[in-house]
Design a protein around this ligand. Sequence first.
Ligand SMILES: [Zn+2]
Length: 507
Amino acid sequence: MDLLKSRLLPVIALFASVLFLYFRIPSSKQSFDSDCSLLAHDHFWIVSNRVVTPRGVTPGAVEVKAGRINTVKEGEYNQLLLQNEHVLDYGDAVVMPGLIDVHAHLDEPGREEWEGFSTGTKAAAAGGITTLIDMPLNSFPSTVSEETLKLKIEAAKKKLYVDVGFWGGLVPENAFDTSALDKLLMAGALGLKSFMCPSGINDFPMTNSTHIKEGLKVLAKYKRPLLVHAEVVLESENNIELSSDESDPRSYTTYLKTRPPSWEEAAIRELKDASEETRLGGNAEGAHLHIVHLADSRTSLDLIKEAKSGGSSLTVETCPHYLAFSAEEIPDGDTRFKCAPPIRDEANRQSLWEALLEGHIDMLSSDHSPSIPDLKLFDEGDFLRAWGGISSLQFVLPITWSYGKAYGITLNQLTAWWSERPAKLACQANKGAIRSEMDADFVVWMPDVEFELDENYDIHHKHRNISAYLGKRLSGKVLATFVRGNLVYSEGKHSPAACGALILAKQ
Ligand SMILES: [Zn+2]
């Protein structure tokens, strides 16, 4: 028996090396860089018992060729058809469109000690995110002109493990300068972002509704969106007298009181007016207004519903941290949970879920917004002075799934919130669904596999200890991530080279 083994092994090894060589040869004429993928070929089939297509969850086979989805066979298909093909059979694991995160701060150039294109997109790939749109602030300089967008593009080259696009900034300096905005948009910004309150970043000052209306007028020509941080500082409430036991800066309640829901409400009331210009026949018909990270599920949400039903082109996102956490559970001094607008009470958290399930909240985004740990002031635990921003990029899929299970969420809803609607917001017609002709962007994951997000977990963000999710038990393990047919992440490994594309808007 041993003799047989010793004779057979070299033959098997030779056979395997021939197979390997065979698969190293690109099957299409298009150039294929094998360093970009953990898979050595660009024509293959992905098979699973749970493929999420626009029609539902079905057993299926997806043919990938030169980065695109060539064919999708739904339901029972003839296995014989795949006999001579290269097949990746994922069994009962779910194959879904890759996630599209329209709100992440990668902080490069200028603050790469906070995050960075390489670490951020590695974390995205490990989390099943295949496209990420970077925010124009927290990097330095902020992306508010053609020149600063070019700096971003230069800094991102050869560092991207997933596809990345950029929002430009709408600030007072460019709001009335149509030609500056034209240049920024013509250079490829997918849309603009502005703040209605101080952003915390010196070269990204806040805008008022006049600036916003001007921005919308320019965006109308390009049919691109304006994303707005909706909080205005209400002076009357800014100077709230805090009683002595309410003024402890280590208490989360103190922070919550300094940033009440009325700030969101006041901003959204102004945005509701501004959004009327996006209606048919309005001054900004063709533009779109998108409210980022909604935290208040009460009056603010009612105003959003009114704007939508009145015919405004308006959408809204919320983030996993508003759906996962409530103010009551945030420990004193734990500034990992600080963000703006703040995480509100438990009843508010539950109504955010209801609004999402009922379609009043359109989509989800990470708002991954890290900083160096020093700025979180962990020793002091001072909520008023610590840097705000929640670090979560790698975990948004398991977080949404783990906390959403109690609300009976479905895989198709996950796809709508994380892929289809974000693709539409960022005008990415080739992304967001498993359908022929679309980009071959997938996440393969096992919803029922649980894991501890503890110190042994492989986290790719730059600073692991600033994440508010550390210590949580989550459900949903990402097995593999494909970006335009490249297997960029599989079982803990990333592709050798960073071959994500820069997504720049075309004229
Ligand atoms: Zn943000």
